[in-house]
Design a protein around this ligand. Structure first.
Ligand SMILES: *[C@@H]1O[C@H](CO)[C@@H](O)[C@H](O)[C@H]1NC(C)=O
Ligand SMILES: *[C@@H]1O[C@H](CO)[C@@H](O)[C@H](O)[C@H]1NC(C)=O
Ligand SMILES: *[C@@H]1O[C@H](CO)[C@@H](O)[C@H](O)[C@H]1NC(C)=O
Ligand SMILES: [Zn+2]
Length: 452
């Protein structure tokens, strides 16, 4: 049963007809086996075995006590066999399965070293209690406490968050939650269209699909961090947050040889405590564009798989995103996923082709690092020359976490707030010169210009 279903779920990369042929052959065998005696004989004449067009001349003497009802017919096991689909290892997540993630422990030598690394930056981690699970309704005090800048409840962002691309009609393309079984389907399409993306990857899936991550990296996509086990980061302790980010950073480094300097919090669940830890670990938070409570640039693609949303809903969301994108002064970043076959199917079949067909003007579709007008090499610690992308923290810097820094960007309800540019530029300068982490105070409800 599982065997059949797994086969049905497998991606049909370049082997569609062959897979169908193999599947049909298997069905035939099943019915043949049902009517055949339990033993199989080696007599070619008795079983009518042929190899290609030629009837086997030899009479074999083997006999089997049993054969698998779903066996590939002997006549199909030869040099001319149609390509069959492969089967995922049981140790990797079955497509569509509920995640059985383990959160990393916090008492390992590695995590202790990363805790020390965070302390050594001098960045003050604000004292904010870990939230309860259940989001805003379960954490009413925190939800209305504007000083924590908790994105989940109201969309607050800081200058240090990347929330859009600076240039209008530029789409900072991102896919979250991979690598997965379906990532290769997406990579194939992106390659055909010569589009590069940013992938926010889950560390526990990086070690399941290391070759997929290498393919992303080697073909020029941007790889960034999306935690180890996909938790709501604001519900974790400081040490647990460090472990989630640290292990993912390490898995990526071990697989592709470089260390990403951007991260996206799962569910966008970030507050000033999570921000400070991310930045102390050298990772700039990247959100998706949100211009109001009702206009968040989330396609909702994740929900098709669970049946809580339809593909039509997703395409309606996409149209609204495009409408809003044409109204704002900046470019934009959209939430999409390469986790499920449905999310990849809607991306490659509809959303990307639609975006590519957009004229007057064309969209520029590129990874987040590129949409920030920085070279791809700036996306990794080892290859960043620190000139166009100065590290957000440096060892010698005196780092302070300030609230309500003068000149900081605070948009208040729209895309037209020109003050953003000055504020962001001012912040960029101060970060470059003194590595002061200036986190602006106030409850930002509108589009905040990117920082850094
Ligand atoms: C808001 O949160 C901060 C940090 O957790 C805390 O110090 C402050 O007392 C809170 N304010 C209110 C009004 O609860
Ligand atoms: C912006 O998005 C909102 C929410 O999805 C939608 O109602 C609105 O029509 C969009 N604006 C445009 C101009 O498409
Ligand atoms: C860039 O900055 C990082 C962090 O401070 C440092 O480790 C790295 O060596 C720097 N790279 C160069 C080329 O200076
Ligand atoms: Zn995610």
């Amino acid at each position: 049963m599982f065997f059949r279903r797994a086969l049905a779920f497998l991606p049909l990369i370049a082997a569609g007809p062959a897979l169908v042929a193999a599947h049909d052959a298997r069905q035939e065998t099943s019915s043949a086996a049902a009517s055949a005696p339990a033993s199989a004989s080696g007599s070619a004449a008795a079983s009518g075995i042929t190899s290609g067009a030629a009837t086997l001349a030899t009479t074999y003497t083997f006999s089997l006590l049993s054969s698998n009802p779903t066996a590939i017919p002997l006549s199909s096991i030869n040099a001319a066999a149609a390509t069959e689909s492969t089967i995922p290892l049981p140790s990797t997540a079955t497509p569509g399965a509920t995640a059985t993630f383990l959160s990393p422990p916090t008492d390992s030598d590695e995590v202790k070293a990363w805790i020390q690394e965070v302390a050594d930056t001098g960045i003050e981690i604000p004292f904010i209690n870990a939230n309860m699970e259940g989001g805003c309704p379960s954490n009413l005090d925190a939800a209305k406490n504007e000083s924590n800048c908790w994105w989940t409840c109201g969309g607050c962002t800081r200058d240090t968050d990347v929330v859009s691309c600076p240039d209008k009609y530029t789409w900072g393309l991102t896919y979250d939650d991979g690598p997965s079984y379906y990532t290769p389907n997406l990579l194939k399409y992106l390659d055909e269209q010569q589009i590069k993306s940013t992938f926010f990857v889950v560390g526990s899936r990086v070690i399941s699909f290391p070759a997929t991550l290498q393919e992303e990296y080697m073909s020029g996509h941007q790889v960034a961090v999306h935690t180890w086990s996909h938790p709501y980061l604001t519900t974790l302790t400081n040490e647990e947050i460090i472990a989630e980010l640290g292990w993912t950073r390490k898995a990526i480094k071990d697989v592709i040889g470089v260390t990403p300097n951007m991260m996206r919090p799962p569910y966008g669940d970030i507050d000033d405590r999570v921000r400070a830890i991310s930045i102390a670990m050298g990772m700039t938070p990247v959100m998706w564009t949100r211009i109001s409570e009702y206009a968040t640039f989330d396609t909702g693609d994740f929900d098709i798989h669970a049946g809580t949303s339809t593909v039509q809903d997703v395409l309606q969301n996409w149209q609204n995103i495009l409408g809003n994108a044409s109204e704002i002064d900046t470019g934009f970043i959209v939430l999409e996923h390469d986790l499920f076959q449905q999310t990849v199917d809607v991306a490659t079949g509809y959303i990307l082709p639609d975006a590519l067909a957009h004229k007057n003007p064309d969209f520029t579709i590129e990874p987040v690092i590129s949409c920030l007008n920085k070279p791809l090499s700036d996306a990794y610690i080892e290859t960043n020359d620190n000139s166009s992308n100065p590290p957000v923290v440096s060892e010698s810097a005196a780092v302070t976490l300030s609230s309500g820094a003068p000149g900081s960007a605070q948009a208040t309800g729209g895309s037209e707030s020109d003050g953003d540019d000055n504020g962001a530029a001012g912040l960029r300068t101060s970060v470059a010169l003194t590595a002061v982490l200036a986190i602006a105070g106030g409850f930002v409800t509108g589009l905040s210009m990117l920082g850094l």
